[in-house]
Design a protein around this ligand. Structure first.
Ligand code: PEP
Ligand code: MN
Length: 356
């Protein structure tokens, strides 16, 4: 990773740096941050001569060669010195809540509009709404591009950012074009490296946040962090990590609840952690407990499926969505727990260095 002395390299400086890197088989990707752009070296950056030549350039402040599989996502990376803001909130300082329907029903747009209004009133900061859906059965409802209009209407009507999942490049381009504020990469695509790269590239510098869910098939925590590394290396550092349950399931729940990996993620990376209790538990009756547990574990926010009338929803909503009234209670209590546990946030890095 190369840190310039100024906010960013001029074109001439960029080309000079790239010239040196290409002699050693490496390339360069700019990663625009809030106050300055840093540059990721792609390829094997361990050539001593290459590093010496880069450090000799008058406009280079530092060359950081963190030796981990995820050097950009690493807690020690320069990217950790930035704050990520969404919906007027600074992540890590204030609780962020994303709530709304699993699936937008294009035949009943009023449900989504009412849900969006109600979750905003309940205290949510952003609205989620599935336009395209990854369904186990190809015969189940797959989503409909027309629903993006309903999503953006809700965003405009209630002045609130919106999040939706994309599964391929076409959907990604439609969501960006429509003005979505957050793009979800769901559990099924969290290991789709080609898509992760594209997401990073096409959302770079556009102030679009990426909510990366943990694949239900991911084992080691590093596998999850490396998936996020693809997006950041593609050019977008505004990635939020979302544990949402894994397999094998705990009998009775939809998945194996994994809110407990939050402290581990916080120890290893700077990325905010957003818990999705709806998919980890799979039944609305268990969602409040898992949501509050996630915040107790130190998460920065929640993504909760909520519907104005769950029994009239489609997709996961009839079984998983909580009502806006329950959401209001969860947000109130989550804020209290969030404030209570914040003193342990400092404890964590100290404990980490004691272990190392
Ligand atoms: C969803 O958010 O509705 C969804 C399908 O999520 P996941 O990728 O976690 O299954
Ligand atoms: Mn869902």
């Amino acid at each position: 990773m190369i840190l310039p002395k100024a906010e960013k390299f001029t074109d001439e400086q960029f080309n000079e740096v790239l010239g040196i890197l290409s002699e050693f088989g490496c390339s360069l990707t700019p990663i625009p941050g809030t106050t300055r752009t840093i540059y990721a070296i792609r390829g094997d950056e361990r050539h001593e001569l290459m590093i010496n030549r880069l450090e000799g350039l008058s406009y280079v402040w530092k060359v950081d060669t963190i030796q981990s599989q995820y050097k950009l996502m690493d807690v020690k990376s320069e990217l950790g010195n930035r704050s990520i803001r969404m919906a007027g909130k600074t992540l890590g300082k204030e609780l962020l809540v994303i709530a709304g329907q699993c699936t937008i029903d294009p035949k009943n747009p009023n449900y989504f509009m009412e849900t969006a209004h109600a979750v905003k009133e309940a205290g949510a900061d952003a609205i989620r709404g599935g336009v395209w859906k990854p369904r186990t059965s190809p015969h189940a409802y797959q989503g409909d591009s027309k629903a993006i209009e309903i999503l953006m209407n809700a965003s405009n009507e209630y002045s609130i950012p919106v999040s939706t999942e994309v599964m391929d490049e076409t959907q990604l381009r439609i969501a960006i074009e429509a003005g979505c504020h957050m793009i979800q990469i769901g559990a099924r695509n969290a290991l789709n490296y080609a898509l992760l790269k594209k997401v990073g590239e096409l959302t770079a510098g556009k102030n679009i946040h990426i909510l990366l869910k943990r694949s239900m098939h991911m084992g080691p925590i590093d596998e999850f962090i490396c998936a996020a590394e693809y997006i950041v290396a593609g050019g977008n550092p505004d990635v939020l990590l979302c544990p949402r349950g894994t397999v094998p399931t705990v009998d009775g729940y939809r998945n194996h609840p994994d809110e407990s990996i939050t402290p581990l993620l916080k120890q290893k990376t700077w990325a905010p952690v957003i818990i999705d209790p709806s998919h980890s538990m799979g039944k609305s009756i268990y969602v409040p407990h898992a949501a509050l547990a996630g915040i107790s574990y130190g998460a920065d926010g929640l993504c909760i499926e909520t519907h104005i009338s769950p029994k009239n929803g489609i997709g996961d909503d009839p079984k998983q969505a909580i009502t806006p009234d329950t959401l209001a209670d969860v947000i109130k209590d989550a804020k209290e727990i969030y404030n209570m546990q914040s003193k342990y946030q400092n404890y964590l890095p100290k404990a980490a260095s004691a272990l190392n």
